[in-house]
Ligand binder design. Sequence first.
Ligand SMILES: [Zn+2]
Ligand SMILES: [Zn+2]
Length: 142
Amino acid sequence: MGTYVCRKCGKKFESKTLTDGFCHECLAEFLDKYHLVREYLWEHPGSNASEISKACEVSVHQVMEWVREDRFMLTNDSKVFIYCEVCGAKITSGRLCERCSKVEAREQKSKDAVRRAKAKAEERQGVAVAKYDGDDGKMRFL
Ligand SMILES: [Zn+2]
Ligand SMILES: [Zn+2]
């Protein structure tokens, strides 16, 4: 049992399980939206973040956050890729290529400027459901 501060509404809440940092009300809303987006993407793979945002009434920022959390991945056939923030290699999800994420685990450096610049390009990028989605144990409380 631990006490956390909800990352959406800022309310304090207690939880035994991993809730992704949301209180119970916000988590329910979050999962609702997440599943809505997932279903939308099954039917419309390759939709970009602003299309998803309109269709599912979630923010572009939220969609891109899910991509960075590896819940969704960018599609390979699109012209815009996301790039590893360190070496610039093309990647389809997350922030770093496999090699650099190992390095980053050792030396945590702030790369906010790079991240902001890349974020603009990512928002025009198509998004699809990641194949390994849901196998990370994060959704087990469902
Ligand atoms: Zn909340
Ligand atoms: Zn890299």
